[in-house]
Design a protein around this ligand. Sequence first.
Ligand code: SF4
Length: 86
Amino acid sequence: MKPADSGWRDRAACAGQDPRRWDVENLPADDPDGAAARLCANCRVQVQCARDALVPVDITRIVGTGHLEAPDLVELSGTVRAGIIT
Ligand code: SF4
């Protein structure tokens, strides 16, 4: 089931961009927090992004085995969400 307002992703500043830019490992080592804040500074959907970052992801749905297994919920980490390193 998709969240009620999943369309916010289309309005994101990162929509259509290379997602690797938001990987922590690709942030400059001398100022990762500042770089993270700058990546999302002009995004109009930071609130929705932050809220979404708090929801665990069911990996079984991503890989398409959700109908066979119990949910395997994980927290995503290692990425920038709403200007913050998660
Ligand atoms: S706040 Fe940052 S990570 Fe979240 S949708 Fe906007 S640009 Fe993407």
